[in-house]
Design a binder for this molecule. Structure first.
Ligand code: FES
Length: 105
């Protein structure tokens, strides 16, 4: 498992925002819900759509291609046509830094 890497600063986001960032040459999305942060791969498991272009509401992100929804807290697919989870990564905050640890590196 990789180490935590700085992905953004707290000032880059506010509650309800999402932000596409690169961590270790991989595109991931940071989400802020209230004071909590979450991180998912920028990949829809249905057919590779870019989730970062999708609508983010509550704790769900919708794929803009065919409408699959994912839980940003777990990466789990919530509705068809996606059935498999997308990658979900650990996030922690140190000072003003938002740090991400990729789950599968
Ligand atoms: S590529 Fe995301 S729902 Fe089809």
């Amino acid at each position: 498992m990789s180490e935590f890497t700085k992905a953004a600063s707290k000032s880059d986001l506010k509650p309800g925002d999402k932000l596409l960032v690169e961590v270790n040459e991989r595109l991931v999305i940071l989400f802020q819900v209230d004071q909590d942060y979450f991180c998912l791969d920028d990949v829809c498991t249905h057919d590779g759509g870019t989730l970062s272009d999708g609508e983010f509401e509550g704790c769900e992100i919708a794929c803009p291609r065919h409408g699959a929804k994912f839980d940003i807290r777990s990466g789990n697919a919530l509705c068809m046509p996606a059935t498999q989870p997308t990658g979900s990564h650990d996030v922690k905050v140190e000072g003003d830094d938002i740090l991400v640890r990729l789950a599968d590196e």
